[in-house]
Design a protein around this ligand. Sequence first.
Ligand code: PHE
Length: 340
Amino acid sequence: MKEKLEALRQQALQELETLHTPKELEEFRIRVMGKKGPLTELLRGMGSLPAEERPQMGQLVNQLRAQLEEKLHEKEAAAQTALKEQKLKDEALDITLPGKAAKTGGLHPLNIVLEDMIDIFQSMGFDVVDGPEVETEHYCFEALNVPKDHPARDMQDTFYLGDDLLLRTQTSAAQIRVMEQRKPPIRIICPGRVFRADEVDATHSPVFHQVEGLVVDKGITMCDLKGVLEQFAHEIYGPDTKVKFRPSFFPFTEPSVEVDVSCSECGGKGCRVCKGSGWIEILGAGMVHPRVLRGCGIDPEVYSGFAFGIGLDRLTTTRYKISDIRLLFENDQRFLEQFD
Ligand code: PHE
């Protein structure tokens, strides 16, 4: 029996050396020290020993149990430490790695140009006002002296939302709202989105942007209009830019003009940006029609004014040589990131 005990000690200690994980150690405890294990079996077998040998044998078995317990504890503690170390290693952070730069948003090219425009007009004493995108026929057409049979009121051009409601086709609607609310002197710009039922292509979009301007005061003449718009063109496109006023027609201004600037890309020689003409059309303008003033309760015998509507999208595409207006509305990150 002593030999059996000795063999068990050897074998158990040897096996313990090869075990490392808490799971393996637990299994060992159950298998070797448990109720069905060889240690218990040895104790049971003591019944067949002569009575005088039993105490000594019992002592030896208990010694072995204690020895194995101690070794198991040792191994378990080592296993726990190893586990902790592994975890720390797995979760280790390399604080010397370079950081990832967080992406920050940037201004949309339309907003960059708009901010420049606002700066220029504010320095000339203009206020910035806002107007609704959903308008009534009155503000978008009637009060602007656009008669009922004018082609601009055709269903093809205007998005109607109901009998009287529509998406504004021009920021000129804001002129009326301002003149109804304020008394001259008035000096405002109103930037915003406008909508027209146009076919989409490289130069047309059903949504685009205008910046409306309006000045009303005593003694305002066409010279004031020319001065303000020339100043604007020089600040936006550079001091050598030539400005051309062409006669035109708008129902709400009389006389009316369209304004071209010499192409900033080729200096007027003709290129892809100006489609070979040397000029880029940037706005419509004119002296506010007396009928429009009168409709807003402003006496055209006392006051006069001028208005202009600048195409923000055209200004932006020519400044940045953007070949397709649709790029301004698609929000493609690869496009927008170039303007950060
Ligand atoms: N509203 C005109 C357009 O959309 C532009 C304009 C504005 C013309 C103000 C004259 C005065 O074409």
